[in-house]
Design a protein. Structure first.
Length: 255
């Protein structure tokens, strides 16, 4: 993610310098809450067949958990730099690679973020002033966490959809190349037939009639219609067909 893109996103979601400083202030105190949230999340994953299918081996689940914890600790540090950006983009790409749908990703994210926000509220209540919690500070801490989460979700989902679109476009280009090649082969064959007929002094109509007689069956109507036209006209139609094919494929690949 480009630096100016990340900066714009931070501004858009209101993750100010003050808010990022608040995240850093919460980092150490929220570590136990993060570990609790991850334990709860992976317990849910293990009991949910659709999610457990992504972790057929315990080592894979452990690796994912460690990577997730490292990413969240980076988020809580308040340092939204290139290392953070690459981590967020990698999450989106990996989810696309393994087929983890966005709603499943968001389900897990909600589990972790809600636990962290609850933890921040509890911590805020302990930091009372003259026996009264400072609710203004609690609100600012909770808001900083939520805004950071939204920034993180936006980055990962953007990466997911960018990866998905890139793959879809690659598939369209591959199909277009194959289809264009097939059409070109057919057109080349028909052009060679027209050349042969012109050289022999015959017409497409004569060849169509000969083929029909050889098969002892009446020629098809569409064959007769085509056969009525001179070879040069048929060749012009083939050129037009090639142009329309190229136009169609160019439009399809641009979507």
């Amino acid at each position: 993610m480009k630096h100016d893109t990340l900066t714009k996103r931070l501004e858009t979601f209101g993750l100010t310098t003050d808010a990022r400083d608040r995240l850093l202030g919460l980092e150490g105190a929220l570590r136990p809450h993060l570990d609790l949230a991850l334990d709860e999340l992976y317990a849910i994953i293990a009991d949910t067949p659709d999610l457990a299918a992504f972790f057929t081996e315990s080592a894979r689940a452990d690796h994912a958990r460690d990577a997730q914890r490292a990413h969240w600790m980076s988020l809580l540090s308040g340092r939204f730099d290139e290392n953070y950006s690459e981590s967020a983009l990698r999450i989106g790409r990996v989810h696309c690679d393994i087929g983890l749908k966005p709603h499943l990703y968001l389900t897990g994210y909600a589990q972790i973020l809600s636990t962290l926000v609850a933890g921040a509220i509890r911590l805020g209540k302990r930091r009372s002033v003259f026996g009264m919690p400072n609710f203004d500070e609690i609100e600012l801490d909770a808001a900083a966490l939520i805004r950071a989460g939204i920034v993180d979700i936006a980055a990962s989902l953007q990466s997911y959809f960018d990866t998905e679109q890139a793959r879809a476009r690659s598939a369209r280009l591959t199909f277009a190349a194959s289809f264009r090649s097939s059409v070109a082969e057919v057109i080349e064959h028909l052009n060679q037939t027209a050349d042969r007929l012109e050289a022999s002094g015959e017409s497409p109509a004569g060849e169509a009639a000969s083929e029909a007689a050889a098969d002892d069956a009446p020629p098809r109507v569409d064959t007769i219609d085509t056969a009525q036209e001179p070879a040069t006209t048929v060749r012009d139609q083939l050129v037009a067909l090639q142009a329309r094919t190229d136009e169609f494929l160019a439009t399809a690949c641009a979507i």
